[in-house]
Design a protein around this ligand. Structure first.
Ligand code: TYD
Ligand code: MG
Length: 457
């Protein structure tokens, strides 16, 4: 145990800024009331020893082997996609998410697949006992002997075990339970989490093991502990989704080895997380037929088109001030679209309550879903049923024009693949597309006419 001059310092919970005295506002990130007092040991701050520095040698770029060949597949295609094509050896991946969302389950499934492929994996839990992990593992299926389990929270012990057993992949569940002796504050505190991550990063880079770290999420939605944690790791994955809905989305918010546009979609089953390779089909299942106020939209999640249903309910308000509510999309955007409909389309919606919901618990904020929201609102207001084979996308401008969006071809292809034959899209996006299934529109009135005409026909 390293001994140094111990004292206390104040750390910002948000950005990790260190100060010798307490302040109400962090001078670095300007957030209020985020400085907490913690003991520090100065000597332990540097993570590298003297002998380590001597071995450092620059390498010419041509001698560095391409990483793509070295990537190791997790056997879960949706996760591989988010990671940018598999696990990079020596990488540090932070997996964050609400409690009970499935972080431990997913990582245990990764362990199972890796162990099946004869990779040596070490799963270290500071939260559950071996029996509890075994119980979970039994629900997930068969495990081979290449998976080693360890219940430990002392990082110095963990470091020695990794050196002894030399696993290819290590899972740390969770970083908030880990501690190192060189910092005297409690596990889960800012300096402890930072030091623990630093230790793990050194192990990962030196031993070329890939390390997955599970991180708890605060009620503000960021990984508990300082923001620097996210700067230190190579990849940050967030688990999203309603704990009450069965689907889960894994999103990369930072990735040194791939794009951050990708998402992976999973469904929680009784036997663990199952991949959803066609999320659109999944999101649209159970959609009501012949109901007014429902419109299918096509939004992009990264490079992936995703069809979801937008529902609207517009009814007379009983109070002076109408109620407006948006679930799964931006409330202000809904208000703006209703103002455009009121002013440009002369629809008297000022006395109406309006509720807009993106079905399935998805969160969508892309402007391309504007047209779908507007049509769903009109559909509910005028009691027009939008035919079930219709899908709409496009951004709406303040004068009621329908503006072009990116990647229109991909959206159209996805809609056709799922059997949609009437695709309402911006006229400026229609160039070069097959005319057969598309309905190009210039503005909102064209789009409303398109859904109206269909009802008569
Ligand atoms: P868990 O992986 O423990 O979440 P985290 O580690 O993110 O806190 O997931 C626990 C939840 O998943 C729990 O509510 C039960 C559910 N679950 C299933 O529905 N099926 C399963 O096969 C497993 C293992 C868990
Ligand atoms: Mg867990």
């Amino acid at each position: 145990m390293a001994k140094g001059k111990s004292s206390t310092a104040f750390f910002c919970n948000e950005c990790g800024y260190e100060s010798s005295k307490w302040m109400g506002q962090c001078p670095a990130c300007k957030s209020w009331n985020t400085l907490v007092e913690e003991p520090v040991v100065r000597a332990a701050q540097s993570g590298r020893s003297g002998s380590d520095r001597l071995t450092a040698e620059p390498t010419s770029i041509s001698k560095v082997s391409a990483e793509s060949a070295l990537r190791c597949k997790t056997g879960i295609a949706e996760l591989d996609r988010v990671l940018g094509g598999g696990i990079v050896p020596g990488s540090l991946v932070l997996v964050g998410g609400d409690p009970g969302i499935g972080k431990s389950t997913l990582l245990l499934q990764v362990c199972r697949n890796l162990a099946e492929g004869k990779h040596k994996v070490l799963y270290i839990s500071g939260e559950e006992s071996l029996a509890q992990i075994k119980m979970r593992a039994e629900r997930l299926g068969q495990f081979t002997d290449d998976l080693l389990l360890l219940c430990e929270t002392d990082l110095d012990v963990i470091g020695q075990i990794i050196k002894k057993h030399r696993p290819e992949t290590v899972i740390i569940d969770s970083i908030q339970t880990m501690f190192t002796d060189s910092v005297s504050s409690a596990p889960g505190s800012v300096s402890q989490v930072r030091e623990a991550t630093n230790t793990l990063m050194n192990i990962a880079k030196k031993e070329q093991v890939s390390v997955f770290i599970v991180g708890h999420v605060t009620k503000e939605g960021t990984v508990a502990g300082p923001r620097v944690l996210e700067h230190m790791v190579d990849t940050v994955l967030y688990f999203e989704g309603d704990r009450f809905a069965s689907y889960r989305i894994v999103r990369a918010v930072k990735n040194r080895f791939g794009s951050t546009n990708e998402i992976g979609v999973f469904e929680m089953r009784s036997d663990g997380l199952r991949e959803v390779s066609n999320p659109s089909e999944y999101m649209l299942s159970g959609r009501p037929e012949d109901a007014a106020g429902s419109c299918v939209v096509c939004a992009m999640e990264g490079t992936r088109p995703m069809l979801v249903e937008v529902q609207a309910l517009v009814c007379r308000s009983n109070f002076g001030i109408p109620r407006r509510q948006a679930t799964g999309t931006d409330f202000n955007r809904v208000n703006l679209l209703m103002a455009v409909l009121e002013k440009r389309m002369k629809l008297k919606m000022a006395e109406c309550d309006a509720y807009v919901n993106v079905a399935g618990g998805m969160k969508m904020n892309e402007p391309a879903i504007d047209l779908g929201i507007a049509l769903a609102i009109v559909s509910s207001f005028e009691n027009i049923v939008i035919p079930s084979d219709t899908v709409a996308f496009g951004e709406i401008g303040l004068s009621g024009e329908v503006r072009s969006v990116s990647l229109a071809e991909n959206r159209v292809a996805e809609a056709i693949k799922l059997g949609f034959t009437k695709i309402i899209l911006p006229a400026s996006n229609a160039k070069g597309l097959d005319k057969k299934n598309i309905i190009p529109v210039e503005n909102l009135s064209d789009a409303i006419r398109a859904i109206n005409k269909k009802e008569q026909g």
